[in-house]
Write a protein that binds this ligand. Structure first.
Ligand code: AMP
Length: 279
């Protein structure tokens, strides 16, 4: 596996691949890999002739009071894992490479960031859209795989891909969970043993919401109220949002008809956790 640290080396490799008629799949990550990331790589390997993985902890998607400086990292282990999945290239730029002095250009979406995580993380999706567009321009993938765990991010990327004519095949991959249902996340490493049970309140809420809908409840506020009390019954939890919305627009719904997204974000100790389910 090759490791490129500069955009020019990465781009030269991709251009050479495309000249040879090869196709490239791409999995962007912030590292500290787990089975969720690896499942995206498995999909990528099957989609195209070569897989490129990137690791870059993107500073522009972190707010001033968020965990940029403490974000977990283990590059040595990550490299072994990525290699074991059969990737051809790891793109591993540093911050200066992606945001050199006098960097000025950012991408803002009009509507999707005004919901869910965007409300409490106002700069987050601007940072995500910007870095993903840059990575798409450097790597020029034919397909890119993103996890449905970050459902809003996946919708933002789909929109970006359409609006800016990247013409990349964007694949959404299912949420990978621990045995007990907790959605895998690099941030789960922040959880103290006594917070672990509380962290399960998110996945349990997803199941509970689905069961309520399946048993005929159509009032979104009734479901949100019940879930709110349920989560608050766990110690160490602070709800950021509980949403029932249209999957495409992320607009909240009052009455449940057709497919809806149930999504939530809860602070559990130091970890801000998210989860969702399509119902
Ligand atoms: P991150 O390193 O957290 O930026 O995530 C990189 C990619 O992995 C994103 O597309 C995430 O949605 C995806 N991902 C993270 N956790 C999971 C999970 N538990 N299941 C599936 N995909 C995931």
């Amino acid at each position: 596996m090759e490791i490129f640290k500069t955009s020019s080396d990465m781009r030269a490799w991709s251009d050479a691949m495309h000249r040879r008629g090869e196709t490239i799949s791409f999995v962007p990550t912030m590292g500290y890999l787990h089975e969720g990331h690896l499942s995206l790589m498995e999909q990528g390997i099957n989609l195209c002739s070569s897989l490129v993985v990137s690791i870059f902890v993107n500073p522009t998607q972190f707010g001033a009071n968020e965990d940029l400086d403490g974000y977990p990292t283990n590059i040595k282990r990550d490299i072994q894992l990525i290699e074991s999945k059969g990737a051809r290239v790891l793109f591993l730029p540093d911050r200066k490479e992606m945001y050199p002095e006098n960097y000025q250009t950012y991408i803002n979406l009009e509507h999707l960031p005004k919901h869910l995580c965007g409300l409490s993380r106002p700069v987050h999706f601007r940072g995500v859209a910007t870095i993903v567009a840059k990575l798409f321009n450097i790597i020029k993938p034919d397909a890119a795989i993103f996890g449905a765990k970050d459902f809003q991010q996946l919708q933002v990327i789909r929109q970006l891909n359409r609006d800016l004519n990247f013409n990349i095949n964007i694949i959404g991959a299912p949420i990978v969970r621990e045995h007990d249902g907790l959605a895998m996340s690099s941030r789960n490493s922040y959880l103290k043993p006594e917070e672990r049970e509380s962290a399960l309140s998110l996945s349990k809420s997803c199941i509970k919401a689905k069961e309520m809908v399946q048993s005929g409840e159509k009032d979104a506020n009734a479901i949100k109220g019940e879930i709110k009390s349920f989560i608050e019954s766990f110690p160490h939890t602070k709800i950021d949002y509980i949403s029932i919305c249209k999957p495409e627009t992320l607009n909240e719904v009052a009455e449940i008809k057709g497919e809806v997204l149930f999504a939530l974000a809860v602070q559990v100790g130091k970890a801000r956790l998210i989860d969702n389910i399509l119902i």
